[in-house]
Design a protein around this ligand. Structure first.
Ligand code: SF4
Ligand code: SF4
Ligand code: FES
Length: 224
């Protein structure tokens, strides 16, 4: 709980409560013991995962914002936006010889996409409809390369009239591409080094560093 001499009354998730002023909505929920786990990502206003709907005192208009950025003010009435149900297919990709060829088996609804564009509401500015078109057309590299910023918030799925969950379709494609490519030799080498504890001494040295030494170490790693 933050130190504050002033308290305010807000309505959080349908409960009127007294909280210290100056807290964000997420902090206020935590402050009251509400166990917020899903719907929180960066806590910095970047990922868009913490969408809230609210009405401010004296206002009649419902607005939307980010719970980690919206400061709870006297009379605020706010809820976290619920998780939208979307279908994630169950599959064992390690058992598939060519998982890209099985995309339609696991996500047949993809091929009902009519390019309506309703899913283009992405907080990460991904052209979701464009990605689904690449996926339908079999241009999997193009689809995967355009969704690297996806935060799995599910907003796109909540808009789709065909019940497609673009985030899960894209995840399938990314996984399938990774399986069908040769394993990167540098990554194989690094994994072997990690498994044989090559970095253990260096890691112990880093963990023992004070703040100033750690900052200098990181600055040196970043270079000029
Ligand atoms: S789930 Fe959909 S809307 Fe959310 S970040 Fe990923 S592509 Fe964008
Ligand atoms: S909202 Fe659904 S049907 Fe429309 S473009 Fe997006 S994935 Fe296709
Ligand atoms: S938690 Fe990422 S924007 Fe709020």
């Amino acid at each position: 709980m933050k130190n504050s001499a002033m308290f305010i009354i807000v309505e959080l998730e349908g409960r009127k409560i007294r909280i210290p002023e100056g807290l964000t909505v997420i902090e206020a929920l935590w402050d009251t013991g509400y166990d917020v786990k899903r719907g929180i990502g960066c806590l910095s206003g970047l990922c868009g995962a913490c969408t809230v709907a609210f009405i401010e005192r004296e206002s009649t208009k419902v607005k939307f914002g980010l719970g980690c950025q919206k400061v709870a003010e006297e009379g605020l009435n706010v809820i976290m936006m619920p998780c939208f149900p979307s279908r994630a297919a169950r599959y064992a990709m390690e058992a598939m010889a060519h998982p890209l060829e099985e995309l339609g088996t696991h996500y047949p609804e993809l091929y009902t996409c009519n390019d309506c564009g309703a899913c283009n509401v992405c907080p990460e500015w991904i052209n979701v409809a464009g990605v689904m078109k690449f996926a339908k057309d079999g241009d999997y590299e193009a689809a995967a390369s355009r969704v690297t910023d996806c935060i799995m918030c599910g907003l796109c799925a909540s808009r789709c009239p065909k019940s497609i969950a673009p985030q899960y379709v894209a995840l399938y494609i990314q996984r399938a591409l990774a399986r069908e490519r040769p394993f990167p030799p540098n990554l194989a080498k690094r994994l072997t080094q990690m498994e044989s504890f090559v970095f253990e001494a260096e890691w112990s040295r880093i963990v023992a560093m004070g703040d100033d030494e750690l900052k200098a170490y990181c600055a040196a790693m970043e270079g000029p």
